[in-house]
Design a protein around this ligand. Structure first.
Ligand code: PLP
Length: 412
């Protein structure tokens, strides 16, 4: 099904009057989909009853309100399990991907003696991975290895093998796709190496989900984290896949409470969020192939025009193994913050939303070898479902104009 047909509009939505969104939504032009996505109007409609009259607590076993809510949660769980190809019981709901990741890392470390634990990750991971690892290292003294990456954002797999040869209980945390530069890690190769050393593999699939198929079984993933708001669902709901097995992998819950989610995550479930997440997964499964191709074409149009029209520009990351929507472009000698301010009717960013207030240059761009000055000159453009060719042409025009203007003023 074509996106436009699904939304009942011309898929090349240049004309705001044929859009399902109010005109105000179109301005500024939104190309910051890696920070969050607009909620799909179909999903908004599906959630509405669960915010209004269908208010039951899914843990209430004694009446129809609870049964109804519980059924909706289980339908959502089924949709997520189908989306990543796992058993329904292997999916738990959380509040976001950060919580799912923290549950795995902290749950893994806190089970037995710290001296026997080792966590391995890489320098370009999201702070949702790096921050809890740093925190645990400080609190417990566990051994941590943060692997460097090459100029495209790839880990040296032979180095991974080397740091894995240890007699410790090990967790490897490596993402499927990077949120700033879009580089896709070779997940199957990583899982093979990890399992050969007897370690467990946590894969943050937050940016991959909905952009390319993830099959947690075939990919050999033991734990996966993802989030509804990165795939056109609502904010406030995340998912955690934990591979089932005999014996099961034991994790200490991060949030202990009323025993929800088989004791892995206490707290009343976010029913509207879960309904929306389920629908987001169903839609993504149906449209992913067509949507990724369309978005890739728009992204390439933007990238090629900027590279050919604006001198002294470059693309960060692996241009081949890269998610379809992301283009991280450097504009030598231009302050990216000044550029973004100048293009005030375009919503894009210099880095991950969660780190955008942090001091210093992006840790991802530094890890791939950029100088501070070059790292401060980069903009992440991340496109998505509702972008049109007309919008991208406007962005191209604005970028060319603003860079020219700022360079004329001495770069700032
Ligand atoms: N992992 C990656 C790769 C992300 O891009 C993000 C969000 O930017 C997260 C984790 C955190 O997701 P959430 O906002 O659901 O906690």
């Amino acid at each position: 099904m074509n996106i436009g047909q699904r939304l009942g509009i011309d898929s090349n939505r240049g004309d705001a009057s044929s859009s399902p969104w109010p005109l105000s939504f179109m301005q500024p032009i939104y190309i910051d989909y890696n920070s969050t996505t607009p909620t799909d109007p179909i999903i908004c409609g599906g959630i509405q009853p669960w915010l209004e009259h269908k208010f039951g607590n899914p843990s209430s076993c004694d009446h129809a309100w609870g049964w109804d809510a519980s059924e909706a949660v289980e339908e959502g769980r089924q949709a997520l399990a189908g989306f990543v190809d796992c058993a329904v019981a292997e999916i738990s709901f959380t509040s976001c991907a950060t919580e799912s990741i923290n549950t795995v890392i902290k749950g893994f470390v806190s089970r037995t003696n710290f001296e026997r634990k080792k966590v391995i990750t890489c320098a370009t991971e999201h702070e949702a991975v790096l921050a809890p690892i740093r925190q645990l290292q400080k609190l417990t003294g566990i051994e941590v290895d943060i692997l460097p990456v090459d100029h495209m954002g790839h880990v040296d797999l032979s180095r991974l093998e080397t740091v894995l040869s240890s007699d410790k209980q090990m967790l490897v945390a490596l993402m499927a796709a990077n949120n700033e530069i879009g580089t896709i890690h070779p997940v199957r190769a990583i899982s093979r190496i990890t399992h050969a050393a007897g370690a467990l593999f946590l894969c943050d699939i937050t940016q991959a989900a909905g952009k390319f198929p993830i099959d947690v079984r075939a990919d050999g993933i033991d734990f996966a984290a993802f989030s509804a708001h990165k795939m056109y669902g609502p904010k406030g709901v995340g998912a955690l896949y934990v591979r089932g097995g005999d014996p099961p992998i034991e994790l200490e819950p991060l949030i202990a409470g009323g025993g929800q989610e088989r004791g892995l995550r206490g707290g009343t479930l976010n029913v509207p969020g879960i309904v929306g997440f389920g629908e987001a997964c169903r839609i993504a499964s149906a449209v992913m192939a067509e949507e990724s191709g369309r978005v890739r074409k728009l992204r390439d149009r933007l990238e090629e025009a900027i590279l050919s029209e604006v001198p002294d520009t470059w693309v960060n990351g692996d241009r081949v193994n890269r998610i379809c929507n992301t283009s991280n472009i450097g504009f030598r000698g231009v302050d990216a913050c000044a550029l973004i301010r100048d293009m005030h009717d375009i919503a894009c960013s210099t880095r991950a939303a969660c780190s955008s207030g942090a001091p210093g240059p992006s840790h991802v761009l530094k890890a791939i070898g950029l100088t501070d000055e070059d790292a401060y000159s980069c903009i992440r453009f991340s496109l998505g479902r509702f972008n049109t060719e007309e919008e991208i042409d406007y962005v191209i025009h604005k970028v060319i104009r603003s860079v020219h203007k700022l360079r004329g003023q001495g770069g700032v």
